[in-house]
Design a protein around this ligand. Sequence first.
Ligand SMILES: [Zn+2]
Length: 186
Amino acid sequence: MPPSRDPVPLPSWGSAHTLLAWRDLLDAECRKVHRAGCTTIAVSPRSPAGAFTPSQAWRLHHAAVGRLRSLLVPSRERRTYRTPLGPVTVLAVPVEAHRAKSGCLRLEERDAVGELTDADVVLPVQLRRWELGLPPRPCLVCDAPAKRCIALRRHSRQSVVVAAHLRFARAFDGPPDTARPSLPMP
Ligand SMILES: [Zn+2]
C-alpha cells in the first residue's frame, strides 16, 4: 500500500538527543493531525531502532498500516514520518476512541506484523491496555510483560533483534500465519 503522501521528516530530530525529545516532537505532530470527532492513532515500530533495513522497516510499516485501515473506517487525515525508530504514521479516524483502540488491539494481536507494531490511541484520550482490563503486552523474547523486561533490561539488544527478525520472516517469508484469536469488536 503506497503512503498517501511523501513521508515527512520530523524536524531537527538529529539534534534531539533523547527519545523523550523525539516523543515531544511526535506529540506535537499528533495534535496537528487530530480532527474534531476523530480518534488519533500513532502506528510505530516495536522493534529496536536499526533492527531492520530501511526497506524491511517500510515493508513492515505499510503492512501494519494497511491492516489497521482494513480494521477501521478510512482515516480523515494521515501523515507518515521518518523517525529515529523508523516509519511512524499518525491517522485521525472518525470513530470513538474505544472502538479505535479495539482496532489497534486486533492489529497488534493478529499476526507477526502486529506483534512488531505499536498502535496507540493518543487523542482525544490515551487509552492503555490496563485501562481496558487487558493484560500487558508480552515481550518479544519471553512471555513476561514487555515493559517489565525493558525496565529490567532483561534481554540483550541482540536477542531482541533476533526475536524481531524471526517474526519478520514469519510475516513475509514463512507459511500463512496462524494468528492468535482476534479480539471481538465491541
Ligand atoms: Zn522478556
